[in-house]
Design a protein around this ligand. Sequence first.
Ligand SMILES: Nc1ncnc2c1ncn2[C@@H]1O[C@H](COP(=O)(O)OP(=O)(O)OP(=O)(O)O)[C@@H](O)[C@H]1O
Ligand SMILES: [Mg+2]
Length: 399
Amino acid sequence: MNPISNPYMPAAGLPPSVLVGREALRERVRIGIARLREGRSAKSVLMVGLCGVGKTVLLQQMRSDAEGEGAYTLCIGNPEQRSLPALLAPQLRQVLLRLSQTEAAQDTARRALSALAGFTKALEGPFNGRLIDLNFDTEAAGLADQSQVEVGPTTLLEHACLAAKQAGSAVVLFIDEFHCIEATQLSGLIVVLHRCAQSRLPIIVVGAGLPQLRGRVGNAKAYAERLFDYPAIGPLSEVEAALAIVQPAAQDGVAFEAEAVDLIVEKTRGYPFFLQAWASHAWDAASTSPISLADVERAWTPAIVALDEHFFRAYFDRLTQTEKQYLRAMADLGPGPHRSGEIADRQGRRVQAVAPLRNGLIGKGLIWSPGHGDTAFTVPFFDEFMQRIMPCDDRRVVS
Ligand SMILES: Nc1ncnc2c1ncn2[C@@H]1O[C@H](COP(=O)(O)OP(=O)(O)OP(=O)(O)O)[C@@H](O)[C@H]1O
Ligand SMILES: [Mg+2]
């Protein structure tokens, strides 16, 4: 088929031409926003899912849903980079400018804008935003004359929420890579959210990240668990995965043989990144419609080569030699999850001796712990990749 019209998008954060499934999650967030707009409470949502499962594109879709419903949205894509306030300040400004056009919210929004101007100065210079968390108190810092501001809100985010409330709307803060938020920034965020919930200010956080984010949130503040729900973003069901293959091609008048679709669904187990990669290569391999089982089989090797190069490799290159050996030993045991003791045994080491290494790998986002003493890959099919890239590894490490 013509590669120029190839409709598949195997790339991180690139919206697919057809976003399949996820209706229940989208509806859940929609209901939360509608509740806030009616002055009711709503829990924030932190969606957890493995690498390449579709977290980023779902957040993007939810943001556009929320904007469509008249909510004011803010979005942080990579919270590791800078402090949350530094990332939020320019977007808060946009939101406040929009709110200042609404009569009911005008005064609050204008005062918050003047506070924001002082705040932005504080983010520059020696601080570079690093030492300021979201709990940063505008009044205490004397950044603006707060005397006229209603008692209650103390942070800029709270001012924006108050203005949104006056405008009959809500604020939705989207945060991707939630597991990467640094601990003090995370507790600052939780404190502000807690205070907003107590004052009935209309805000929810919609976050997405790797499964380790749950433990990080729990460690940040004891009461944090109550503020959030943690729905899973899993692989697509068989029916959804088939639609994700068939529909983009159908838009171009191209069909797939049923067996060809079945093979992709079975082998990718419905993981969107893999499905997009293989369907894309099948498209390129085929010369006519319908794309056949033979085309899909022929596309397998180039799809794997591309995945190794553009997907798995990025994770592998972050590893030290000992980390590679640990993951290689783990890969020998299969896709997992595995008992941590079994992995240590495989290396001829004691489980306590490899604990720091294991923690480091959880921190780097390569593995997670689905239950006490269990270890699993966060990257689907990483076991197979490790066996390909380190075919005859010496797994045993001298302690
Ligand atoms: N629901 C879906 N239907 C069809 N394709 C999808 C769906 N969700 C994601 N994809 C495709 O899967 C790929 C991965 O999506 P995305 O980058 O959002 O995953 P992610 O979970 O954010 O990955 P990472 O953990 O690496 O950040 C992209 O090519 C995207 O177009
Ligand atoms: Mg992502």
